[in-house]
Design a protein around this ligand. Sequence first.
Ligand SMILES: N[C@@H](CCC(=O)N[C@@H](CS)C(=O)NCC(=O)O)C(=O)O
Length: 256
Amino acid sequence: MSNDGAWIHDVATGPAAKVVEKHREPQELIFYSGWFCPYVQRTWIALEEKGIPYQYKEVNPYKKEKHFLEINPKGLVPAIEYKGKALYESLILCEFLEDAYPSYGPNLLTTDPYAKAYIRIWLDFISKTIVPTNLRLTMAQDPAKQKEYLQEYNEALRTLMGKAKGPYFLGEEFSLVDVAIAPWILRDYVLSENRGYSREGVSPEWKAYCELLEKRPSVANTFSEKKYLQPIYNRYLSDTAQSAGAQALRAGKAIP
Ligand SMILES: N[C@@H](CCC(=O)N[C@@H](CS)C(=O)NCC(=O)O)C(=O)O
């Protein structure tokens, strides 16, 4: 199967296309994005929340073009180039934005040492438990495995919600924990339509939290039209995706 990414729609659409249009001018921060990618969306939400000037550049990471591999040797989006130097990894980029642009917008990581460490504990839980379980559930073909992973996924979301103060994870303030999970909330219709997941099935608190997050402008405005995501999700749902994440999961390795 071809893995050059030619089957992926090449530009952002819907609300995200309008945001892209506003970020064409050269800036000292270049944001290398793939419109479809949930990890990208984390960094994009943080850029928008903080009102940081950035230049948007669309990359198809499946094509592994030489110029992009020079920016991120892993060949994954998101990546940024800041004053000519390259960085990557969605949550590391979000933290970097707080350090590099302290006077821009709200501090999504807070300034309190305890709160910062607490946020990182839950970012770690999202990265190591929620996201891999979501992917496993999406890719599972055996109905018994789907059932098992759905239970695990619901349980993981309940664990997260058990710590949420409401309305956002930390209380009144929107933080990096909300940023880190929001892209998977916007895409959860894939699991509802195909894997028996429902927000109510997790908990009423989770449903309310999802509805709040998906309405937030930085979240809603960095999302494209769902129809263009369909070919991508079809590959995951039929377990034929060849992304680095899908391959790692099949091999029983941690997702990159
Ligand atoms: N841990 C990385 C994951 C990024 C990632 O997996 N991005 C995907 C797109 S959603 C990618 O670039 N895939 C290219 C490939 O699999 O070859 C992060 O958080 O930034």
